[in-house]
Design a binder for this molecule. Structure first.
Ligand code: UD1
Length: 419
């Protein structure tokens, strides 16, 4: 297993943002809905994308992936099984369920199970697909679904923690080929869902309202292949913003879509960090001067993303004063707290809240990455800490960040990967 050795660093220069993993994955699943060729550009080259390629290959697709471009064609439409050995490594694979049901009329997709960030149920996915007329059984760890033809329905898709990104993706993809009209209320509004909607429309789907909480989908008979470009990764963008703040280093962030980070930019500006946006959408972030603590509540989009909570906790650990984080999407997503405290941070967890007493210094230590975004937080903490930080289990970070250490090294970070 690889580990990162990180030393305190000052960063400078510009970083180019990759395509969004969480947008690319459902778009890839949506190619199940057509037999024609799809070309998808700006796909980040990382572990989760490689896993989705393997799943689609099991499902009869032939895939070429070069220079961040995926070319996907269909060899066979027979298979309908997404096996556990692949699904267990990545929950997003569960969004093959909707398109398989719509196109191949049956699906057997392993249940993804829980993970370190919380329980992560799939009840909303199942509720939505059942409303469209699917017969669904949970048997021996698999979700088995079949239909004689899906039919439109009026579906309320809100759950105890608000909207669900992948449940919206699943139901949307199932509805595009069903009979009649489907209305989804309390749909997820995340930019990644809007991106999926635009891809489906390019394939010939009839959708109104992508990117809003009310989706109207008229089923069509057939979808065609198309060319499409995936949006920039807003979570990678926010991660570099957090790295800039923690190391007090001005950075230019190129190729992002700042409008997708409006809540994050608001928090950052309130901390006293200067954020300027150029005509070409480049973000200039300058955290010089005394910074103020922050109160952050994670919420569904357009709220502050839960996927940036850990990274901002790392930078708030180094902002004097008391900051508060309320985690409203995954109340147990605090595995990074203990690791940050081992580095000298002072964070107290109470239910779904974390109280951070900012220090002017934290110290390098041997620490363990627990999940994808937490590992990014630990890298950020390592870059800001005095001395040497060793981060074990960095395979988590390889799931979701393209060439992370190369990008950081180009900015001057002292980071090295060791086998
Ligand atoms: C997606 C993102 C993930 C991000 C999350 C929230 C991808 C591949 N992953 O995950 O990085 O952290 O959105 O922004 O895009 N819930 C239910 N029942 C369900 C489904 C979800 O109660 O059937 C709950 C979840 O436990 C959670 C909340 O709803 O509390 C939001 O989860 P959801 O939006 O579904 O997350 P994912 O789509 O799995």
């Amino acid at each position: 297993m690889d580990k990162f050795i990180v030393h305190k660093s000052e960063l400078s220069g510009a970083v180019i943002i990759s395509g969004a993993k969480n947008a690319a994955l459902p778009v890839m699943a949506a190619t199940i809905l057509t037999d024609e060729k799809c070309i998808i550009r700006n796909v980040p080259d990382l572990m989760d994308i490689r896993t989705m390629i393997k799943i689609l290959e099991c499902l009869g697709k032939e895939i070429n992936f070069e220079n961040n471009i995926l070319t996907i064609t269909t060899i066979s439409n027979k298979s309908f099984v997404a096996p556990y050995k692949l699904v267990r490594t990545m929950r997003a694979s569960f969004c093959c369920l909707g398109p398989l049901l719509a196109k191949r009329k049956k699906a057997k997709v392993a249940l993804p199970g829980g993970c370190v960030i919380g329980a992560r149920p799939v009840d909303l996915h199942i509720k939505g697909l059942k409303a469209l007329g699917a017969e669904i059984n949970i048997d021996k760890g698999y979700c088995q679904a079949k239909t004689n033809g899906l039919e439109g329905a009026h579906i309320y898709l809100g759950g105890s923690f608000g909207s669900s990104v992948l449940a919206t993706a699943n139901v949307m993809m199932a509805a595009v080929l069903s009979k009649d009209e489907t209305v989804i209320e309390h749909a997820a509004c995340e930019p990644e869902i809007k991106c999926l909607g635009l891809f489906l429309k390019k394939m010939g789907a009839d959708i109104i309202g992508e990117g809003t909480s009310l989706l109207k989908i008229k089923g069509v008979k057939k979808l065609k292949g198309c060319e499409f470009e995936v949006i920039p990764d807003r979570i990678e963008t926010g991660t570099f913003m957090a790295a800039s703040i923690a190391t007090r280093s001005p950075l230019k962030i190129v190729g992002a879509n700042p409008m997708d980070l409006i809540s994050v930019i608001e928090v950052v500006r309130n901390m006293g960090v200067s954020v300027d946006i150029d005509k070409d959408q480049s973000i200039f972030i300058n955290p010089k001067g005394k910074l103020k603590p922050a109160n952050i509540t994670t919420l569904a989009y357009p709220g502050f993303p839960t996927d940036l909570q850990a990274q901002f906790m790392a930078c708030l650990s180094l902002v004097e004063g008391v900051s508060l984080i309320a985690e409203k999407v995954y109340p147990d997503r605090f595995m990074h707290v203990a690791e940050l405290n081992r580095m000298g941070a002072s964070i107290q967890k109470s239910g779904s809240y974390a109280i951070i007493e900012g220090k002017n210094m934290i110290y390098g230590a041997e620490i363990m990455a627990s999940d994808l975004r937490a590992s990014a937080a630990l890298v950020i903490a390592g870059l800001a800490a005095e001395g040497k930080t060793e981060i074990l289990r960095v395979y988590h970070i390889d799931r979701g960040y393209e060439k992370i250490e190369n990008k950081l090294k180009k900015l001057g970070a002292k980071i090295k990967r060791q086998k």
